[in-house]
Design a protein around this ligand. Structure first.
Ligand SMILES: [Zn+2]
Length: 422
């Protein structure tokens, strides 16, 4: 980072310098960097800016944090994989049936984690199943003789090694990692290099349209570098002679989208699905190819912040006690962007007992287990940072609501549950 001259961001996808600033979050603590009070003095903060590339339409966090800082002492609470097992079984069956001759096929997933998708792919009797992931402690848990593990980032060097050993790959997959890779150009070059002439590249990411529709600015943090629209993906892949031939919205992760891509001139590219044509048209109509759209988004977010802070101030003036609920990375973005401080909230609550005793980054709210709601005098209001799980949270806290407790739901619109009778 150039500390002496003015900040000149560069597009991670196309190297353009024609970027427009969408949002500036200022100096923030890393969204996942929960800490103990004795670590406050050594806490580091980093600038965080969201930009739109006027050349390739990619929306991206341009401030990168060194990987050794990012992944040190980190809290990762993976979602309950049990509930996703059916999803991955269906996913594996679908791509196998649609694209592969299992007896001859080579499939590779990068960012394969503990093999949650590779196992059902191996169950489809695919000849060669390869998992690539840099996290050695995670891939060590795969332990399945049907799966070849490469403990590394998916680079061009790894792609060359794979092709040398197993031949061109028929199907490359990436699930929820494509938004987190600083060297996105190198990774996509590796994909293009490893993919066979009629191979398919399938990846799932959070969809930019959902961020805009639901005002999900709390999804923005350093770890989550990119926010993909179809138009930006089309532009990115075109630089590697690749194209999108199909898409699919994914209900299981609210707001995810699956892209199906191939090399230009391959048999899959001969017909582009109507879903692709329709979404591309819708995105153009909504202005995902224009900065103006994102400037408006940023204005709406600022208005949301003002409304939320005004509500918190009013309730505090009335002497209400308020606690935050759901100490996640998303909560930390909202807290830091809105400037929520100890004059607004008393403390945080989280259902994961392991977080108890830690504090939120920079804002330093202490985290208590949710059992605190059953003791003594619970807070008058809970500010629901985990608002995307609202139904589940209401059910789980029926006792709290039954005793007159109320919930502030920040997004997509600021509201109170149950609504006031007056
Ligand atoms: Zn660009």
């Amino acid at each position: 980072m150039n500390k002496t001259g003015p900040y000149q961001p560069v597009c991670a996808f196309c190297d353009s310098k024609r970027l427009e600033l969408v949002m500036d979050f200022g100096e923030v603590g890393l969204a996942g960097a929960f800490l103990k009070p004795e670590q406050f003095a050594a806490e580091r903060t980093f600038p965080m800016r969201l930009h739109f590339c006027t050349d390739c339409f990619a929306v991206q966090v341009t401030d990168k944090v060194p990987a050794d800082v990012m992944f040190k002492d980190y809290f990762y609470f993976s979602s309950s994989i049990g509930t996703l097992r059916d999803h991955f079984r269906e996913y594996a069956a679908e791509v196998t049936q649609r694209f592969l001759d299992p007896e001859r096929a080579t499939v590779l997933e990068f960012g394969c984690n503990d093999g949650v998708l590779l196992r059902p792919l191996a169950d489809q009797r695919i000849r060669t199943v390869i998992g690539v992931d840099p996290a050695s402690n995670v891939v060590a848990t795969i332990n399945d003789s049907r799966i070849k593990v490469i403990n590394d980032y998916f680079t061009e060097e790894v792609a060359a090694r794979v092709v040398g050993e197993y031949g061109p790959v028929d199907l490359i997959m990436a699930n929820n990692v494509y938004a987190h890779i600083p060297d996105i150009q190198g990774t996509t070059r590796a994909v293009a290099q490893a993919l066979g002439p009629d191979g398919v590249f399938v990846f799932e990411v959070h969809y930019l349209g959902k961020v805009i529709d639901e005002l999900q600015y709390d999804m923005i943090y350093h770890e989550h570098l990119y926010y993909y629209s179809l138009l930006s993906v089309i532009n990115h892949l075109a630089r590697y002679d690749m194209m999108v031939f199909d898409i699919k919205p994914i209900p299981i992760h609210a707001g995810s989208i699956r892209f199906y891509a191939c090399k230009k001139g391959s048999r899959h590219g001969a017909s582009v699905s109507s879903a692709v044509t329709a979404l591309a048209a819708a995105e153009r109509q909504r202005g995902f190819d224009r900065f103006e759209t994102f400037r408006k988004f940023s204005d709406t977010v600022a208005a949301h912040r003002d409304e939320l802070i005004a509500l918190l101030n009013r309730l505090r003036e009335e002497g209400k006690r308020i606690a935050g609920y759901g100490a996640s990375g998303r909560a930390n973005t909202m807290i830091q962007y809105c400037g929520i401080n100890h004059s607004h909230l008393d403390y945080m609550i989280d259902d994961a007992p392991a977080k108890a005793g830690y504090c939120t980054p920079k804002s330093h709210f202490e985290i208590f287990p949710s059992s605190i709601l059953d003791q003594g005098s619970p807070p008058d209001y809970l500010l629901i940072f985990a608002w995307s799980f609202l139904d589940e949270i209401r059910k789980r806290n029926a006792g709290y609501l039954g005793k007159g407790g109320r919930m502030i739901i920040p997004l997509p619109k600021v509201s109170i549950f149950p609504p006031s009778a007056t």
